[in-house]
Write a protein that binds this ligand. Structure first.
Ligand code: SF4
Ligand code: SF4
Length: 446
């Protein structure tokens, strides 16, 4: 792996890092004051100003700590630092994140101070009052952008990682935050063009389709068309050529957060066989549940409620509560510091299940392994966020064709021997292993 030297003298660098930490602390203090609803000072000043100061401090700290570190040392100490090794601070971060999601979903009135802090921004962007979901979108986008800078600096030697990080930052900011806000500003239906069924499960529910077609006029019809084409045509075609990485590692907001804010926790993914069994046992039934719910809702709609009555609506709200709220939010992000950054993608996302089936059985994508070069260091397995034992494949010289692989490419990036290569080759001989030189085959003189 290529290395660089430190660009700043240590005292200057240390001073900048300390200044960054100071700004982060001040920013958090401002956000806290806004959150507790202290009315003596404007929440826009404390909360909004706090977010700005926090962002500046974070960028300064990230710049100094990443740019000043050699490329080969970016992962040093991850298993020794408290925050990235399930230490006390990791549990505190996990608890705060989980608590935030609980408040967001079930006690949004407790976040009113923070909601007021983003009120002017909401008025400017959407011409309507802020709510807890706008606050969440603002936090989420800030997290992807700030930690996107972290990822850009950490993986700055790789063109693949630079492009894919810029891609997730672009889709989160443009397609999942600014564009939906702009649609509301123009009095059009709020729509997320970067999310499709089955991840955005309600986009193909009859109630959503009816609302879009009736209220959105020509644009609403286009939105329904866009969602259906992306789900049933573009997804298979793009996955055939590029594997599921085109979505999971380049476009999706959940993947975007995992690849940026979740990157420091990628090594925490469970690599055990039982974790894989849980993955299969949970992920595919969730996809089945979304398909059954969608079909049941359409059957009910066509029969005008005579066939299933309220039952199909019950399906939808059950899914929304257990999977949409508890799994994707509370567990999926709140448990980053304990279970790794792809808990939701690995165990819960119906889109990942759909893409995974296509990737495994109907795609050109694979990771080829030059097994003769492998020194069994295990870096690839350690940093695989999807819990794949990449080293095992490398030792056999076998290509990695796994439904769960999101094509992040980190295994190849951290391999010191250049063993792994992400490819979109022809499907013929896709499973063929690279010939290994075995001991009995070795001939020095013949
Ligand atoms: S196998 Fe490699 S490319 Fe696939 S998810 Fe794991 S680290 Fe990412
Ligand atoms: S990182 Fe490379 S050398 Fe190390 S085990 Fe994986 S494939 Fe082998």
């Amino acid at each position: 792996m290529q290395t660089t030297t430190t660009t700043l003298a240590p005292p200057t660098q240390q001073f900048s890092k300390t200044a960054g930490l100071l700004l982060i602390s001040l920013g958090l203090l401002g956000v806290l004051v806004a959150a507790v609803g202290a009315q003596a000072v404007s929440p826009v000043l404390t909360g909004g100003g706090g977010m700005l100061v926090f962002t500046l401090g974070s960028l300064l700290y990230i710049w100094q700590s990443r740019q000043g570190k050699a490329l080969s040392e970016q992962n040093n100490q991850v298993w020794r630092q408290d925050a990235t090794a399930r230490g006390a601070s990791a549990w505190v971060i996990g608890f705060v994140l989980t608590g935030f999601y609980v408040l967001l979903y079930w006690f949004p009135e407790t976040l009113q101070g923070l909601v007021q802090a983003v009120e002017p921004f909401s008025q400017w962007l959407r011409n309507r009052p802020a709510d807890q979901w706008f606050l969440y979108g603002t936090f989420y986008t800030l997290a992807v952008l700030i930690m996107g800078v972290f990822a850009l600096l950490k993986y700055r030697s790789s063109r693949y990682h630079i492009i894919r990080t810029i891609s997730v930052m672009f889709f989160q900011l443009g397609f999942a935050f600014l564009l939906p806000g702009l649609l509301l500003l123009l009095n059009k239906p709020e729509f997320y063009f970067s999310y499709f069924w089955p991840l955005k499960y309600d986009y193909l529910f009859p109630s959503t389709v009816g609302y879009l077609v009736q209220d959105g006029a020509a644009l609403g019809v286009f939105m329904v068309f866009w969602g259906a084409v992306l789900s049933f045509l573009a997804t298979p075609v793009l996955t055939y050529f590029y594997g599921k990485r085109w979505y999971c590692s380049w476009v999706c907001g959940c993947g975007g957060l995992a690849e940026t804010a979740g990157d420091p926790y990628r090594h925490l993914s469970d690599k055990s066989r039982s974790a894989w069994r849980w993955e299969v046992a949970i992920l595919y039934p969730i996809l089945g549940f979304v398909i059954i719910t969608t079909l049941a809702l359409w059957v009910n709609s066509w029969s005008e409620g005579k066939l299933l009555g309220d039952l199909s609506g019950g399906f939808a709200s059950t899914y929304g509560f257990f999977i949409g709220a508890i799994f994707s939010g509370v567990v999926g992000v709140g448990f980053y510091p304990i279970m790794g950054n792809r808990v939701w993608c690995r165990f819960g996302c119906p889109m990942a299940a759909y893409l995974g089936l296509l990737q495994k059985h109907f795609s050109r994508f694979r990771i080829t392994t030059n097994g003769g070069q492998c020194i069994s260091c295990g870096n690839c397995s350690t940093y695989c966020e999807m819990g794949i034992d990449v080293r095992w494949y490398a030792q056999q010289g076998e290509p990695i064709i796994r439904a769960s692989c999101v094509g992040c490419g980190i295994c190849a990036h951290v391999c010191p021997r250049g063993v792994l290569k992400l490819e979109n080759g022809p499907r013929e001989h896709r499973y063929a292993a690279t010939p290994l030189i075995k001991r009995d085959d070795l001939q020095i003189l013949s």
